[in-house]
Design a binder for this molecule. Structure first.
Ligand SMILES: [Fe+2]
Ligand SMILES: [Fe+2]
Length: 462
């Protein structure tokens, strides 16, 4: 009877069904097309660039240190009370230890024989002026020691409404900085001695070692936040900056300078489906931009933002060339890394990773503490996400630790994929649906895209 009832009036239902399916297909097609449009397609070199592409600009011998995302939080802004604790519970950065961690990195790098130091953005927790001043004071120790420092802004650093101090159960606004103030505070760290500054952003060009140019790109969206707005995680290179940058790269070719790039956002995907899951950690039009940089002879881009130790490469054709995105993890997130890059006259770059393994108060167990801190923080965030997806709280203890393990594994780099990435027994059907949709992300975090992440040699002669 039921079947018969369904068949009666089936023509209209069939039409509606077909219509709905067509709608879904059209929406999927639109999403696919939008996805393609988002990557921006291929960069077309101008005749001028084509004429210069065969010019080889050899790298001079150079040695430099890189760290990223120190997220300095001034302890004077409050480290107790329920408001601060609530903030920490929604976060997973070692904010209380951030000042000490930056000191430790400055001490460690200060003891190295390096020509200069790169900092790939997110200098502060949330753009607090006092935190910027504190970060600048600490970086000055390196500069005073003859190791020039070059910074770029991260998405947290400018015009940020989250610049707050904490007092008991209250969080209160404190001054943040404008783009102009950022350049003023960090004048000794790139802006004052820049060979060129982009008038439309905080991008600049420097020559830290004769023959080696550093193109420091501001990929942040602070201008869309107004004087004090919600920080925009996404990144983009606005058209005037893109034009400025291309002129700089053409000039580099003409003057025989090798170029390295530093920017906060990624330019090559760091795990399969990176654009689909957390695409805001890649610069908009990343494929186009990567092609553009690579077509101008750039081979290494130093990035941060996702807080992971991860190096990926993308090969472009006509002519064939490879671009490396060398992402350095955050100082306030396990494994609290920094990198040392040595470019030899043989045109090989050795990239080595080091880690802050002890700080005051945690002399013996800091790496264990830091890893456990981010693991537990990720379990809390995974629980929140599962709650939003309406997954039964009874199933959270099975899923969240697995999600946290995958994330922590990705942060450390050189991931080894376990036999099963996301497993759960006796969970509800809805939990299984959610798992199915998230499976690609967890698999992605466990997938180490080539090359290796922590210690590697890049052949720049190709
Ligand atoms: Fe960031
Ligand atoms: Fe960050």
């Amino acid at each position: 009877m039921i079947c018969l009832g369904r068949r009666q009036g089936s023509r209209n239902e069939e039409k509606t069904r077909v219509g709905r399916r067509f709608g879904i297909l059209a929406a999927l097609l639109m999403l696919i097309l939008m996805g393609c449009a988002g990557t921006g397609g291929r960069f077309e070199p101008s005749a001028e660039l084509r004429g210069l592409q065969a010019v080889r600009c050899d790298y001079p011998a150079a040695r430099f240190a890189v760290f990223s995302d120190p997220h300095v939080y001034a302890r004077t802004l409050g480290t107790s009370g329920t408001a601060f604790q609530d903030y920490l519970n929604k976060d997973r950065k070692l904010l209380v230890e951030s000042e000490t961690l930056l000191d430790a990195a400055v001490d460690a790098i200060g003891a190295l024989d390096v020509d200069f130091v790169l900092v790939c953005g997110d200098l502060t927790k949330d753009g607090e002026r006092v935190a910027h001043q504190l970060a600048a004071e600490k970086l000055q120790r390196l500069a005073d020691d003859g190791k020039p420092v070059f910074v770029i802004p991260g998405n947290h650093d400018i015009a940020n409404a989250e610049a707050l101090r904490y007092e008991g159960d209250r969080s209160l606004p404190v001054p943040t900085v404008s783009a102009a103030e950022f350049a003023e505070i960090y004048a000794p760290f790139g802006y004052a001695a820049a060979l060129e500054r982009d008038p439309d952003s905080l991008s600049y060009l420097a020559e830290p070692v004769p023959g080696l140019w550093l193109l420091a790109l501001d990929s942040c969206c602070w201008r869309e936040q107004g004087e004090r707005g919600d920080p925009i995680t996404d990144g983009k290179i606005y058209p005037p900056t893109r034009e400025w940058m291309q002129n700089v790269l053409i000039r580099a070719k003409r003057e025989g300078k090798a170029v390295i790039v530093a920017m906060h956002h990624g330019v090559v995907e760091h795990y399969p489906h990176n654009e689909r899951f957390y695409g805001q950690y890649l610069v908009d039009d990343f494929a186009y931009l990567g092609d553009l940089l690579s077509a101008h002879g750039v081979q290494m881009v130093f990035t941060g933002h996702f807080h992971a130790q991860d190096v990926t490469a993308r090969t472009f054709e006509n002519p064939r060339r490879t671009l490396y995105d060398i992402e350095t993890g955050s100082l306030v997130t396990a494994p609290c890394p920094y990198r040392v890059v040595t470019i030899g006259a043989d045109q090989r770059a050795s990239v080595q990773s080091r880690f802050i393994s002890a700080i005051q108060g945690h002399e013996k167990d800091f790496r264990v503490f830091a890893t456990d801190y981010v693991y537990r923080g990720t379990i809390r965030l995974a629980d929140d996400a599962l709650a939003k997806y309406k997954v039964s709280p009874a199933d959270w203890p099975q899923l969240s630790p697995q999600i946290a393990r995958a994330y922590v594994t990705h942060l450390a780099g050189d991931e080894i994929r376990p036999p099963a990435v996301l497993q759960a027994a006796d969970v509800g059907w809805w939990t299984r649906v959610v798992m199915w949709f998230q499976k690609d992300l967890i698999e992605g975090w466990y997938t180490d895209l080539s090359p290796v992440d922590n210690d590697l040699v890049i052949d720049l002669s190709r």
